[in-house]
Write a protein that binds this ligand. Structure first.
Ligand SMILES: [Zn+2]
Length: 455
């Protein structure tokens, strides 16, 4: 066994930043100890990054890889390449937009075979929970849990793409006791159809090139009613519930109260809700269409406050790409455009840009992109922290570097993202997965050796 030291004046460790040497066993790919920066002990080699920060590898708990089945949208090869460039060493893949959807163990096996040999970083899978009326996949939930999914994703509204269906309250009542038994989380796209259908009817004849029209078509009411429903069911069944991509800050008081009650409820938001604001979105700018929608600047500040106080636990990209022609770029009409934003390679920089402006430090970045998503996805002790015994997943991050995003920096399948041209602060210089450098200064190194994390 060969020991290697990764040394920095700014290592983010258990909520603090200090000089340290992270000692990695080259053979096992594990961290064997954290030593003083000037006393790493007997090692075969050392890399000293000086003042450039050393973070644990980041975890993106909300990625649509779309493979198998829709590899013209994305795929394991391109998604994990983008992840490596963004300092993300584990992606957790959503169960939809791929074909088949991950709602059975057979489908999970197909996904595993299609991922083999293609990944530059590690990955895990979310299963899907579906069921409207009398039919659902509840017979598959416990088998999927035993087969190794990290939890289950469901939609309270049509997900915008043929394949995975929604789930209604009757379906939730069948699924949630089983998911509670598995102790895994149920991830919820929290928008109810009722207020959205009503809003769309009221918008008959409206100009769908205007962002204001799209925004009005997905009212906050839809999110608030869905979250209220899920809090009630969380209380009733004791099932872990995770609200994905929270966009309205008006939900924060009820989320705060639910957590105060001790309910097993967690919340995520996304870079797009923390970076952009409705007032700044030009009409026809369909690149910024996502669901729920990006709301106003005051809402954005409230989301930041929710994060800082801990009501929102974590940030995930919701990387949801599509072929460029589906994004409505030529006509700029919001209604038919695909609702999804591609940003997998940029999350750390986008988040840090906003954090630096608001005086928030590096330990928070690691909390929101490391510790909290590790707990959500069952990766605690393995990923998401620099600690003895954990995987040696590391990111060399230059917090003061400012740069402008170009299409060449994206690295996912289609170089289409609303962040192209944005000036960001903080840049990933190097990414290490289980002791192997997979990305350094713009280049991808070695063969794809990422694997599914089975815990
Ligand atoms: Zn999503």
């Amino acid at each position: 066994m060969a020991l290697l030291a990764y040394i920095s004046r700014r290592v983010v460790l258990a909520g603090e930043v200090r000089p340290a040497a992270v000692i990695v066993d080259d053979e096992s790919g594990k961290i064997v100890r954290v030593a003083e920066a000037d006393a790493p002990g007997s090692v075969a080699g050392a890399s000293d990054f000086g003042d450039t920060a050393l973070l644990p590898g980041l975890i993106d708990g909300h990625v649509h890889v779309n493979e198998p089945g829709r590899t013209e949208w994305e795929g394991f090869e391109t998604a994990t390449r983008a992840a490596a460039a963004g300092g993300v060493t584990t992606v957790v893949d959503m169960p939809l937009n791929c074909l088949p959807e991950t709602t059975t163990v057979d489908a999970l096996d197909v996904k595993r075979r299609s991922a083999a040999g293609k990944c530059r970083v590690d990955w895990r899978a979310w299963g899907g929970a579906v069921g409207e009326g009398l039919t659902g996949n509840e017979a598959h939930l416990i088998p999927l849990a035993k087969a190794g999914v990290a939890g289950f994703k469901c939609f309270l509204i049509y997900p915008g793409c043929e394949g995975l269906g929604a789930i209604d309250e009757a379906g939730l009542r069948r699924a949630m006791p089983l998911i509670a038994e598995s102790r895994l989380p149920l991830l919820v796209h929290a928008e109810l159809a009722g207020p959205i259908v009503a809003a769309s009817e009221a918008l008959a004849g409206a100009d769908w090139r205007r962002y204001a029209t799209y925004l009005a078509s997905r009212p906050e009411k839809a999110e608030l009613a869905a979250i209220e429903l899920m809090i009630g069911l969380c209380r009733e069944f004791g099932c872990r519930v995770h609200v994905v991509h929270l966009s309205t800050a008006r939900a924060l008081p009820m989320l705060r109260a639910a957590r105060g009650e001790g309910l097993p409820l967690t919340v995520e938001t996304c870079p797009q809700y923390l970076h952009f604001a409705a007032e700044e979105i030009a009409d026809g700018q369909t690149l910024l269409k996502c669901a729920p929608p990006i709301r106003g600047a005051a809402n954005r500040e409230e989301l930041w406050r929710g994060l800082a106080e801990g009501t929102i636990d974590l940030v995930a990209s919701d990387h949801s790409p599509c072929p460029p022609e589906m994004k409505g770029l030529s006509g700029g009409v919001f209604r038919p455009a695909w609702g999804g934003i591609a940003s997998l390679s940029l999350t750390a920089s986008v988040l840090w840009t906003g954090m630096a402006r608001r005086g928030l430090g590096l330990p928070n970045l690691v909390r929101w992109l490391g510790g909290a998503p590790a707990r959500l996805a069952g990766l605690e002790g393995v990923k998401g922290a620099i600690a003895e015994g954990a995987d040696a997943d590391l990111v060399v991050f230059a917090p003061e570097e400012e740069w402008t995003v170009t299409a060449e920096d994206l690295h996912f399948r289609h170089a289409v993202s609303p962040y192209v041209g944005e000036r960001l602060r903080g840049r990933v210089r190097q990414t290490v997965v289980r002791g192997r450098t997979v990305f350094a200064r713009g280049d991808f190194l070695g063969v794809p050796a990422g694997r599914e994390v089975r815990v």
